[in-house]
Write a protein that binds this ligand. Structure first.
Ligand code: PLP
Length: 347
């Protein structure tokens, strides 16, 4: 099959929430700061689209398309209090004229006012979503089901999506992205030795791996850093989702266990808990390139990429692609980690 991202979007009735392809650029100032002969590229999925941008828009293009095809009027989904997926679901639903309900669970041990009211939560309110805040141990699938039932009883129709939008429909967004990358490699005259992403709910890695496999390419070029689940659990989830994404969407090829490469070194004490390496990565990229990572996903994954480059994991002259997945509003929920209070000028 021809790996044509536009044809895939059309076949599945995806809606348009971002400009395709997202740009790829090289980070020469960062390369110089690291003193490396590895060429470092970034793909800007963080800026291409509505709602502040981010990787979830690619999944939402297919999910909203499916919701509209099914005649749904309300998009219902879930995440942590600072979920980027929730914020972009609210933006995408608004853009497509659907109502949005968010079940947001208190899963990260942070109690400061910024975490509990700023960042993505502020934007959820601005996008007009209905937010249900629940304790971390809530049975969220049951609650999502109950909300769908209540909406049905009131004459509506809900489209329910699990955390992160990482279903075989949502993952198609990153199948299309893999095919976009192949075309951009050809245009640039580069071949990326690795394509690096964070791994939260597994859809980004699984979609990219499935897309590479469907195009007859090496799925193991895609590698992720687990920031939510343990690397073992993330491996199982990513492999299962890559395989079902291929099968459920009648795509050719297969992904094997060996081809799913996940690194657990950057997770730290757990999901949403900052690490010193994350802070160093966020500040280094900001101060060399003027680019923003986020504290929960991309900051940790980029810290892993920096450690790999510094540790000699790449040959001089190789190129690597880091997919910037967004999440910038999360920085405003982590002001305690980065400072940002400034100081009065001294007389
Ligand atoms: C900014 C950001 N990067 C990366 C990810 C991880 O993507 P996935 O959930 O598809 O593994 C997320 C997921 O929430 C995210 O918000």
């Amino acid at each position: 099959m021809s790996p044509d991202p536009h044809a895939l979007r059309e076949r599945h009735g995806a809606v348009a929430l971002l400009a395709h392809p997202s740009p790829i650029g090289r980070l020469e100032r960062l390369e110089a700061a690291l003193g490396t002969a590895v060429r470092i590229y970034v793909k800007r999925d963080d800026v291409a689209g509505i709602g502040g941008g981010g990787n979830k828009l690619r999944k939402l293009e297919f999910l909203l398309g499916d919701a509209i095809a099914q005649g749904c009027d309300t998009f219902v989904t879930t995440g942590g209090l600072q979920s980027n997926h929730a914020r972009l679901s609210a933006a995408a639903a608004a853009r497509m004229g659907l109502a949005c309900e968010l079940v947001l669970a208190d899963v990260v041990p942070r109690h400061d006012a910024d975490y509990r009211g700023n960042g993505n939560l502020l934007l959820d309110a601005i996008f007009g979503a209905t937010v249900h805040r629940v304790p971390g141990d809530t049975d969220r699938p049951a609650l999502l089901h109950a909300r769908a039932e209540a909406l049905r009883a009131a004459g509506g129709k809900a489209y329910v999506v699990g955390a992160g939008g990482s279903s075989p429909v949502g993952a198609l967004g990153y199948v299309a992205c893999a095919w976009e990358i192949l075309a951009q490699e050809a245009a640039l005259g580069e071949r990326f030795a690795r394509i690096v992403v964070p791994n939260g709910s597994a859809g980004t890695h699984a979609g990219l791996a499935a897309g590479m496999a469907a195009a007859g390419e090496d799925a193991a070029r895609v590698q992720s850093y687990a920031v939510l689940a343990t690397p073992e659990a993330a491996h199982a989830d990513t492999l299962a989702l890559a395989q079902t994404t291929l099968a459920a969407n009648a795509l050719p090829g297969s992904v094997t266990a060996e081809e799913v490469v996940i690194n657990g070194s950057q997770r730290g004490e757990g999901y949403g808990i900052p690490t010193p390496a994350m802070r160093e990565a966020v500040e280094l990229l900001a101060r060399t390139e003027g680019l923003l990572l986020d504290p929960v996903y991309s900051g940790k994954a980029f810290a892993g990429l920096l450690a790999a480059i510094r540790g000699g994991a790449f040959q001089p002259g190789e190129a690597v692609l880091y997919v910037m997945t967004g999440g910038v509003p999360g920085l405003f929920a982590y002001r305690e980690v980065f400072g940002g209070h400034g100081s009065e000028p001294q007389p």
